[in-house]
Design a protein. Structure first.
Length: 189
């Protein structure tokens, strides 16, 4: 079992390095999406020390999964809530952000978040492909496939994180301003 998981991780790491994905975008436009590229990736792996490959390649999926489990958006959200009233630029961009809330809603337990292990695993393993696509779309002027993929990954994580932080802040404000009313009892005739 451990051997199967190890060789699956090695294979995934090698495929990620050599990833070539043809994708159709906007009707007939087809483009290649590469992390390093098949030939370049194969050259890198042929020149590398075999011990490094046996240790380095399986760490690729492990690091992707561990990276997906880091909840950096929660730290940004705490900083946002703590310092938003001091930063006037946030008030001009997002009206009502720095206003005091009538009550502070109870914080949800981070362990109670219903993000399944399957979602974390699939999201982490598909991340290199998403990074290459975003890199190709947003940073097509960069010549290096590796740099374009890294920039695409950073851009994807930052944009997705910004939307997540904004969404969680809006939920927080909605809960803070929520009023609970008594149920009106109907009189019996």
């Amino acid at each position: 079992m451990v051997g199967s998981i190890y060789w699956t991780a090695v294979t995934y790491g090698a495929v990620t390095v050599m990833q070539v994905h043809h994708s159709t975008l906007f009707s007939d436009t087809t483009f290649d999406v590469k992390v390093v590229g098949h030939k370049e990736g194969l050259d890198v792996m042929e020149r590398a020390d075999p011990l490094f490959l046996l240790i380095g390649l399986p760490t690729i999926p492990v690091m992707l999964i561990l990276g997906k489990m880091i909840r950096w958006e929660d730290y940004v959200l705490r900083l946002w809530r703590k310092y938003s009233n001091k930063l006037q630029i946030l008030n001009s961009i997002f009206p009502g952000i720095g206003c005091p809330v009538p009550r502070i809603p109870a914080e949800a337990n981070p362990l109670a978040d219903h993000v399944s292990a399957t979602r974390i695993l699939c999201g982490a393993l598909v991340f290199p492909t998403i990074a290459t696509i975003v890199g190709k779309l947003m940073f097509s002027s960069v010549n290096s496939n590796l740099q374009r993929t890294i920039l695409g990954g950073i851009a994807f994580v930052a944009i997705k994180g910004a939307f997540k932080v904004y969404f969680k802040q809006q939920q927080y404000l909605r809960q803070a301003h929520r009023k609970i009313l008594n149920y009106p009892e109907q009189e019996e005739a």
